[in-house]
Design a binder for this molecule. Structure first.
Ligand code: KQY
Length: 360
């Protein structure tokens, strides 16, 4: 059911990810021009991630028709597998953003254009992705708002208490909403997320193909507390970006007037695509290339909260164990679970990007 008002007008807002979920939604990777070896290693990684989340809450995975039997056989039986046609597997971005008034949930269906449309989008067409949010909401019989804004879920985080963080690099990029002024975009965020204040971090993670989604750079651990991907190496291309985000966030207050505590989470690597990995991806004109030697936008901050847990990407590098220990120390009320996710990173994102929470 389509609603013609806005969440804010109706008393709805986006709950923080760290509050209780009814379930988690995911999609299934298969396109051979993004996932190496026909998607098989990514499918194994997605299976491990979905299985880890399913220890904490119900999981539904949407798959294209031709992958139904494969996904059904790979995923454990407690995970619901249903057909949802898609162009690629980023439920955070093509899926709905759920909003709540404390009694019921509704969904926001943003305009999706593959992270930049014909200007700098990552593939064409994206028509199947564009319909994913509506299908999820129809399946759940959740009323839908259609937002007049190109936006992906990975480009926003909220504290659930009136504040949204995003990056200017992403939301003001020419491939998204070139006809809108920053103040107009901010107003639409307030209307459709039900927030009162938007904090515009300048940039995200170096070489992030989403044009700097905030979910790869920073996230809320709880209200007024943020985790930020970090490096102490001043010669690293990420240093300036993280340092400016740190200074910016420390200079701000949130919607409730609180100063922000910012925790630095050292980045993995730097991580680069190997020749073997690049060779496994089909080259298609107009699709984001995967070249040997290209730096990947690896980050531990791209993790996912689920009921009682936090599912954190690991990369098989020396920074993994300290990062997991650091996050466990910052989240003592949860079980922090590390899952190997280099195969997800090779596709251009990570665990947060492939998941979407439906609040309880
Ligand atoms: O950062 C995200 N939310 C998604 C990454 C998408 C990458 C597409 N290749």
């Amino acid at each position: 059911m389509l609603i013609h008002s806005t969440p804010r007008a109706d008393g709805f807002s986006m709950p923080a990810e760290f509050t209780p979920h009814a379930e988690t939604w995911m999609l299934w990777p298969q396109r051979p021009d993004n996932w190496r070896l026909g998607g098989k290693p990514a499918q194994e990684a997605f299976t491990a991630i979905a299985s880890a989340i399913a220890q904490f809450e119900p999981v539904t995975v949407g798959v294209n028709h031709g992958q139904y039997m494969n996904a059904r056989q790979m995923l454990p039986p407690e995970i619901r597998v249903i057909e949802i046609s898609n162009n690629d597997a980023w439920m955070r971005d093509s899926g709905p953003t759920f909003v709540s008034d404390g009694k019921s949930v509704r969904g926001v269906d943003w305009v999706f254009n593959a992270w930049g449309g014909l200007y700098n989008g990552l593939y064409f067409p994206w028509d199947l992705d564009e319909a994913v949010a509506q299908k999820v909401l129809e399946i759940e019989r959740v009323p839908r708002y259609k937002a007049p804004l190109v936006l992906e879920g990975g480009s926003i985080h909220v504290d659930g208490e009136g504040t949204c963080i995003t990056t200017a690099e992403c939301l003001l990029s020419p491939g998204r909403n070139p006809a809108l002024l920053q103040a107009e975009i901010e107003n639409l965020l307030k209307e459709y997320l039900g927030v009162e204040k938007v904090l515009w971090i300048p940039r995200g993670v170096y070489n992030d193909e989403t044009t700097d989604h905030v979910d790869n750079l920073a996230c809320y651990l709880r209200p007024a507390e943020i985790a930020l991907t970090w490096t102490d190496d001043r010669s690293d291309l990420q240093y300036e970006r993280s340092a400016e985000a740190f200074e910016f966030l420390r200079s701000q207050t949130d919607a409730r007037g609180r100063a922000l505590t910012v925790h630095k989470i050292p980045q993995p690597g730097p991580l680069y695509i190997t020749a073997e990995e690049a060779a496994g991806v089909e080259v298609v004109d107009g699709t984001q290339p995967r070249r040997a030697g290209d730096r990947m936008a690896g980050s531990y901050v791209n993790f996912y909260f689920c009921n009682g847990g936090a599912i954190v990407p690991t990369f098989g590098v020396e920074q993994d164990a300290p990062a997991l220990a650091l996050l466990q120390g910052l989240l003592p009320e949860r079980r922090v679970v590390g899952i190997p996710a280099r195969e997800v990173l090779l596709g251009g994102g990570n665990i947060h990007c492939i998941t979407q929470q439906q609040p309880r």
